[in-house]
Design a protein around this ligand. Structure first.
Ligand code: SF4
Length: 377
């Protein structure tokens, strides 16, 4: 892997907000834990096969945590079987029905997404908290601008950061009063400004880990942009311990976009980071087509590494300097391959895709060999 130059480039450093650390099953959230990436299934939860299939696809894409809706008793019954068949910790999404919360905890959920102020009497709240404690579940308080308490809307007139934070603290205090501290909070809105302002205020008001996301961000392209602006802004300021990109698209895309946001900020590294030029009349090969093919062919690589695919010598050698593998287009139907920043050998445009895939796979295999070899003592 290329050297991390962050320490000599202070303008690249992000100082993360110091939050308490909690656990979502085997995954740590908060403190110095890596920022986790999560998504949510959109199958019918009682359809165990379809739900497990989707969770496996999310696991393969790198999901650290997956949330599953539990709107009815069939879902919490199915949850037990789902949890048995997957590796990733499962968060059960519960609204209002305290019994579903208890059932989900018993079924093996690692976390309950539940707002304690919405599930009824203090006795019911205590029962859910007891189940969470007994079965080792954490909780997420999920405040959403679209479903704020009536009293808060009356007090503030409309959803605003103060109202969202007040709602979050109201639910958090119920948990704290019951001596339950294994919780994280989200304060999401579909509006980027409201989302960012609410999280900024919440980050100052409480020390628990924050689950960040722009809710209902929209379809793949616009949702990705909104999420990158909203989450990017927060993460850059050090806020956020786990992220969910919320897209009206295949949930696997949410995981990919989540990692891409974290990768862009150097907060997490997974898979091949492809650096490519937009191409122009100077390109020595078809950059756009090549990059699309390489992206598809290299999607299975989880090892963090970088690859530069640049159309010509204007920017090729410079970009290749900082990548593990590089290719720069040249004349006469061939280009230069760079290894660890240095010109290494030439390859023809016709053979370059297979050749680069081979080099990247070999580099990834070597990296995982290094990681799994015990250090000499
Ligand atoms: S690197 Fe070369 S081919 Fe790519 S955009 Fe720049 S000048 Fe054009």
């Amino acid at each position: 892997m290329m050297t991390d130059h962050t320490h000599v480039r202070p303008w690249r450093m992000i100082e993360r907000r110091k939050s308490r650390k909690i656990r979502v099953g085997k995954v740590e959230v908060g403190g110095d834990a890596p920022i986790s990436v999560q998504s949510m299934t959109n199958t019918r939860t009682h359809d165990v096969d379809a739900t497990v299939r989707q969770i496996h696809a999310l696991e393969e894409a790198g999901a650290d945590i997956v949330r599953v809706s539990c709107p009815d008793v069939d879902s919490t019954v199915a949850l037990k079987e789902i949890v048995r068949q997957v590796n990733v910790p499962i968060v059960a999404d519960i609204h209002f029905h305290y019994k579903r919360g208890i059932e989900a905890a018993m079924a093996g959920a690692a976390c309950l997404r539940i707002n304690p102020g919405n599930i009824g009497s203090p006795e019911r709240v205590r029962e859910v908290i007891k189940a969470a404690k007994d079965y080792g579940c954490s909780m997420r308080i999920g405040v959403n601008a679209g479903s704020l308490e009536k009293e808060l809307l009356e007090k503030y007139g409309e959803p605003c950061p103060d109202a969202m934070v007040e709602s979050a603290l109201f639910h958090a205090n119920i948990l704290r009063d019951n001596d339950f501290h294994e919780f994280k909070i989200s304060v999401k809105a579909s509006d980027v400004f409201l989302t960012v302002a609410a999280y900024q205020a919440l980050a100052d008001a409480i020390d628990c880990p924050l689950h960040i996301g722009v809710t209902e961000a929209g379809p793949l392209r616009t949702g990705t942009i909104k999420s990158a602006i909203g989450l990017g802004n927060l993460l850059w300021a050090g806020i956020g311990d786990t992220i969910r990109v919320s897209l009206a698209a295949d949930p696997v895309e949410e995981i990919k976009v989540g990692f891409d946001i974290l990768k862009s900020l150097g907060l997490r590294h997974r898979g091949v980071n492809i650096i490519a030029c937009p191409s122009c009349a100077r390109q020595g090969f078809n950059v756009i087509e090549t990059v699309a093919k390489l992206e598809e062919r290299l999607a299975h690589i989880a090892t963090p590494m970088s690859l530069s695919i640049i159309g010509c010598v204007v920017n090729g050698p410079g970009e290749a300097l900082y990548t593990d593998v590089g290719f720069t287009g040249g004349g006469a139907g061939a280009g230069m391959v760079y290894m660890a920043g240095k010109p290494d050998h030439k390859v023809s445009n016709d053979d370059m895709i297979e050749h680069i895939v081979g080099l990247v796979e070999a580099h990834a295999a070597k990296q995982s060999e290094i990681e799994t070899t015990p250090e000499a003592v």
